[in-house]
Ligand binder design. Structure first.
Ligand SMILES: Nc1ncnc2c1ncn2[C@@H]1O[C@H](COP(=O)(O)OP(=O)(O)OP(=O)(O)O)[C@@H](O)[C@H]1O
Length: 321
């Protein structure tokens, strides 16, 4: 079921003090206003200025004016994001933004020690994320789309508006005579996400009026299955050891072996192997029957190699003298 903005806010019970990630757009402005009214003196805001667009100053000015009116402490963080190889400027900006949120909240805002951070993505953002994941052939983590709550670095992160349609957020703001800054790049049809929003969502809505709900249900099923896989992978990694012992890996079924290898590479080394890389690694593990047998496969800017009776992941840049 989609929720009204008020229903979603009534169900939202974050750890306080809370920081709202405020871009200056409609969704985060609405979230900040509702939170500041509900928990006066317990809410701060964080705005990251990427300086990427001409409107960057306008966003920051709106955030400052809104926070002043609401009597909310605002931290503004200028961020210059350089894109890593293979990363789009948007991805680089997002990753710099999350780092800034994390360091600001760990340091505290003013004298306030932040317990949680709220982001304002809504139901349409969730559907767009799912469709983008499908278009890339994502596995379960991608199909699970965005979680509504998670913990990282001792902070609770929330997305309380994930069941609220975008237009309900804007209607709530309009009914109260509130303003926001419109992101000019949202209308740029060179971006896939914007084409999904402008061209695909209206078609889906006409064919499947409840698609926001049904898609959200599918994402919730995928998220549940993903948790289960994670639990199995954690148990299996504890059994095969870190780094994993090859003989212990060979005892596992192919599906559990792939699951634990993916988890090991991701959690220990931050790399996400492709399906083809995993398949090749499993083929080499199966073929590894004698002591001198080599295993070597390129994964995530490094190599998985056999060393004695275990698999190791090496990063050549770290190993280089
Ligand atoms: N520059 C920023 N500074 C602080 N928070 C941000 C910034 N950009 C995005 N966010 C947070 O991340 C969420 C998702 O960002 P995204 O760019 O997908 O949405 P948005 O269109 O900017 O949303 P909004 O309508 O709130 O501006 C926002 O709702 C907001 O909570």
């Amino acid at each position: 079921m989609t929720h009204s903005f008020e229903q979603a806010m009534a169900a939202f019970r974050p750890a306080l003090p809370l920081a709202v990630a405020l871009s200056g757009g409609a969704d985060s402005s609405a979230l900040l206003i509702a939170c500041a009214e509900r928990w006066p003196g317990q809410v701060c805001a964080i705005h990251v200025n990427h300086g990427l667009q001409q409107a960057a100053g306008e966003f920051e000015a709106h955030c400052k004016a809104l926070c002043q009116r609401l009597n909310v402490l605002l931290a503004v963080q200028p961020v210059a994001a350089g894109a890593a190889p293979g990363q789009s400027p948007e991805e680089a900006a997002r990753s710099a933004r999350y780092k800034a949120f994390e360091s600001l909240s760990l340091d505290g805002i003013g004298q306030v020690a932040i317990q949680s951070i709220a982001l304002a993505q809504h139901a349409d953002d969730q559907v767009e994320t799912l469709l983008l994941a499908l278009s890339r052939g994502a596995g379960l983590p991608g199909l699970a789309a965005m979680p509504s709550h998670w913990q990282r670095a001792g902070i609770d992160w929330y997305r309380p508006l994930l069941r609220v349609p975008g237009r309900a957020v804007r209607d709530w703001l309009r009914a109260r005579g509130e303003t926001w800054v419109e992101d000019p790049s949202n209308g740029d049809l060179r971006f896939t996400r914007n084409r999904i929003r402008a061209q695909l969502m209206p078609v889906l809505e006409a064919q499947f009026p409840a698609f926001r709900d049904t898609f959200a249900r599918s994402s919730a099923h995928a998220a549940q299955a993903q948790w289960l896989l994670l639990e199995v992978a954690q148990g299996d990694l504890a059994a095969v050891g870190t780094p994993p012992q090859i003989r212990a890996l060979q005892q596992l079924s192919a599906a559990r072996q792939a699951n634990v290898l993916r988890h090991w590479l991701q959690s220990e080394h931050g790399c996400a192997p492709s399906a083809a890389q995993l398949q090749e690694l499993q083929r080499q593990i199966a073929a590894c029957t004698t002591r001198g047998h080599r295993i070597e496969i390129k994964v995530g800017g490094g190599f998985v190699r056999r060393s004695n009776d275990r698999l190791h992941w090496y990063n050549p840049r770290v190993l280089a003298p």
